[in-house]
Design a protein around this ligand. Sequence first.
Ligand code: PLP
Length: 372
Amino acid sequence: MVDLISQYEKIKPSVDKAISNVIHNATFINGPEVHSFKDDLQEYLNVKHVIPCANGTDALQISLMSLGLKPGDEVITPSFTYIATTEVIALLRLKPVFVDVQKDTFCIDPKELEKAITPNTKAIVPVHLYGQAANMNEIMSIANKHNLFVIEDNAQAIGSDFKKSDGSTVKTGTIGTIGCTSFFPSKNLGCYGDGGAIFTNDDDLANTIRQIANHGQSKKYYHDIVGCNSRLDSIQAAVLKIKLKELDNYIESRRNVAKYYDDAFSSLKGVTIPFRSDESKHVFHQYTLILEGIDRDELNRYLAECNVPSMIYYPVPAHRQKMFQEFNSEDLELPVTDWLTQRVISLPIHTEMEEEQLKHISTSFINYLNKK
Ligand SMILES: *Cc1c(COP(=O)(O)O)cnc(C)c1O
């Protein structure tokens, strides 16, 4: 699905030198690379504070911890997402309230979101799934009306531009109260191990977040609040500093792949190509089609025989996971989520795809449909 080796080959000299520098200086933890990458990312995102941490799941957890919520407080989130988004809510003894997504954007449906608000609702966690931004204009206006925090799960959409209602363009992850991302290797901005970051424009929250990520410490060996230990390694920061300079090029490569697939698939019966919203720039962490009246398992097997990988993101939505049984979530009616779960399929997309590969993938896909 991805080709991280070819991508590395193109930046090898600078990456090797940067990693070797960290080793020679033995500044493995909190080295100058971490601060310098943090500064670069703040500038790229045009956000006041970036707080690096150990992974995207920690970023979400620490963000929720920083809001001063009480056990049982409700947090609204889509069910159609990677498990990390929803898992941290339950881990903190908050109550995940799953709502349905929109068929076109795959992201949380603002109308369903507003219906799910109760006096116990404290926060919303929208997910910019597959690189397509959620409808943040409507989400923010609902959040402001009901005085709710918004934590954007931006793990799949870093670098995406979003047009706000006031006409200004900002980066996703900087619109809500807090934004979170993951630097997992296969993400659009990935490192060579685990990594994550938290973004906010709120000075007080930024201080609290920094403190929580560092054992709740206010000064060395003085721990005021319960926190955790979540850091980005210097080696990962050194890699990310180099890859951040490439991020816009990486996004363009992904968008070109998507364009190629769109042209190949747009007129096929039973196949819906990814939606583009006027408000946001799709950064194509995944290229995901909707199949109607097509046997997805058989297609997947056929593609595998042609040496074409394909994936289902995600085969079981959160509300149907055993993990959430105590919330009786499996009885929930989330028709669009269930409908999509049974019909989506993702094709390979990455920064190093050659025209020949694209041709082989799309031809194999079309051949399967023609066989029918
Ligand atoms: C990858 C991902 C995460 C978690 O990131 P990790 O770094 O793997 O912990 C959270 N949410 C979404 C939507 C993701 O895609």
